[in-house]
Design a protein. Structure first.
Length: 529
């Protein structure tokens, strides 16, 4: 008890209270002339380490100020629980255990909100109407504007440099029935589209994530039927906006894109916007094939480039050249890694085995079939070539049609020609590995809201949470690397590059102990269990 009190608010106690011994009890405080004895019944412990982490990250990047400024300006008034605190409450819940908005008071009933936020909060006011209104206010104020200002604030706060950005998309299955957006501008359409989760029976939304150095610096919420190839061009406009927000010089900033972005329209637009672009040329482009073939034939002559990693440097053979594609001059580089050769070989073996098993099943099915005429058998082969066999990468398949006599039932007759009543046609499969291809050098659960507006706001809160946690991961890794240190994570595993989830789980072991006198909290101690 003595250690507990002294380690917490020592200055507060010495400056505000008179401490005396009373009947051999360790501490008695005189508050406004009254003797107040502290016993263990007045001490309550909370395991709010993860909640404190999220709130602490929010406060470091000025989330309170940014949310209050934007939402109060649009709503025209502050609220009894500030918009910044409302945002933090939702982020804490989303990071830990998704609860419906109608049960948020339930989730926070054993959380020391006063210690986390510095002011008392009545959990009875944490109802679905309040949070629903907050989500509506987010959309009205502009979710993307909030996210953008937060990302700039985070990067400036921690001195992180933005030198490049890469956009990619993912989909999120939506299970409920949602009100229609009625064509409202800026509101996402929860609808069917290409599902990266392979749930084509469900409606969805999409997220476009902009990352740099592993940090989710930018994010866009898209309608469920958004086309990735067309969206790539839109991301270029977003990259220009980020370059302006971060006040970057043109030559300092690169846009990194996958091969889906390699189109004439995309390349032309990047040039017109002055965006330096790094992307992968698809394998079927003749200029790329030519460069690959040259690099493969002259591999031992290529210069070696060393890239530092957390363990030992990776070595790459690099061939640099130039070409003109669709009238657009490009610089090209072919990279070869000896380190990845074994890994790629194992991956290739697995793919070959899976394709072989698929062909075995197909052959077994087709061998059990027969056709009454040669034309039907040939039509089936044509269908196989268009569909299943057209997808093969590592095998060649030849199919032969064999004819067999159909003999009548019963005892053979003396005239054997009368025993044959017709013909049936069957297949013979021959599967071989395609050696040429082997040698080629180219190798959130539920949202609990019922309108597109609120789904959009909640989606951007999820993106903000990813921004905060990815910044935390980057900072921890940067600090460990600079100080040449390791930490002990979950499972007592030593880590020098802990993952985002490992960092988050470490905070589960942090407890807060609070002493209340006359209903007022004034002592806390952080105990690292």
């Amino acid at each position: 008890m003595n250690k507990l009190i002294h380690s917490a608010y020592k200055d507060y106690i010495e400056n505000n209270l008179e401490r005396k011994m009373y009947n051999d009890f360790p501490y008695v405080f005189i508050i406004q002339g009254e003797f107040m004895k502290i016993d263990f019944g007045q001490i309550k412990s909370f395991y709010d380490g993860k909640a404190g982490l999220i709130a602490g990250l929010c406060q470091q990047v000025n989330l309170d100020t940014i949310f209050n400024k934007h939402l109060e300006q649009h709503q025209g008034r502050p609220t009894d629980i500030s918009y910044g605190i409302m945002a933090q409450l939702m982020l804490i819940n989303m990071a830990d255990d998704h609860h419906p908005l109608s049960r948020m008071d339930e989730y926070f009933q054993n959380t020391d909100l006063e210690t986390i936020f510095g002011i008392p909060i009545d959990i009875n006011k944490l109802n679905d109407d309040r949070f629903g209104g907050f989500l509506d206010a987010m959309v009205d104020a502009g979710c993307l504007a909030l996210y953008s200002e937060l990302s700039v604030s985070a990067f400036k706060r921690y001195g992180i440099k933005l030198s490049n950005i890469n956009f990619d998309t993912t989909s999120k299955v939506m299970w409920g029935q949602y009100e229609t957006s009625d064509g409202t501008a800026g509101v996402v359409d929860i609808t069917f589209g290409y599902s990266k989760q392979k749930r084509f029976d469900k409606k969805q939304i999409k997220f476009a994530l902009g990352t740099t150095q592993g940090i989710c610096i930018d994010g866009l919420l898209l309608s469920g039927n958004a086309d990735d190839k067309h969206s790539n061009i839109d991301y270029l406009d977003r990259a220009v906006q980020l370059r302006e927000q971060f006040e970057l010089e043109q030559e300092e900033f690169f846009y990194i894109a996958d091969s889906a972005a390699f189109t004439k329209a995309f390349l032309q637009k990047s040039r017109s916007l002055g965006i330096e672009l790094i992307t992968r040329m698809p394998d079927n482009i003749k200029e790329g094939k030519k460069a690959l073939e040259y690099a493969w034939l002259h591999l031992n002559e290529l210069p070696t480039v060393e890239v530092p990693t957390s363990t030992k440097p990776s070595l790459y053979r690099v061939y640099e050249t130039e070409c003109v594609y669709q009238g657009i001059p490009l610089k090209m580089a072919v990279c070869y890694s000896e380190k990845l050769k074994f890994q790629k070989a194992k991956t290739l073996e697995k793919r070959i085995l899976n394709e072989s098993k698929t062909l075995e099943k197909l052959a077994k099915t087709m061998n059990q079939r027969s056709f009454a005429c040669l034309e039907d058998a040939q039509l089936e082969i044509n269908k196989l070539n268009r569909q299943e066999l057209n997808k093969l990468q590592y095998h060649k398949v030849s199919i032969e049609i064999e004819s067999q006599e159909i003999r009548r039932r019963g005892r053979p007759s003396q005239d054997t020609s009368k025993d044959t009543v017709g013909l049936k046609y069957t297949f013979t499969f021959a599967v071989t590995k395609d050696e040429k291809s082997m040698k080629s050098p180219q190798f959130v659960n539920s949202f609990f809201v019922d309108s597109p507006r609120r789904v959009e706001a909640l989606g951007y809160l999820l993106l903000i949470l990813m921004l905060l946690l990815s910044v935390a991961e980057y900072l921890v890794r940067r600090g460990l690397e600079n100080d040449k240190l390791t930490i002990v994570g979950p499972g007592k595993i030593k880590m020098d590059r802990p993952s985002l989830m490992a960092i988050y789980r470490i905070f589960f072991s942090v407890a807060t102990s609070t002493v209340k006198i006359n209903g007022l909290s004034f002592i806390e101690d952080i105990i690292n269990l």
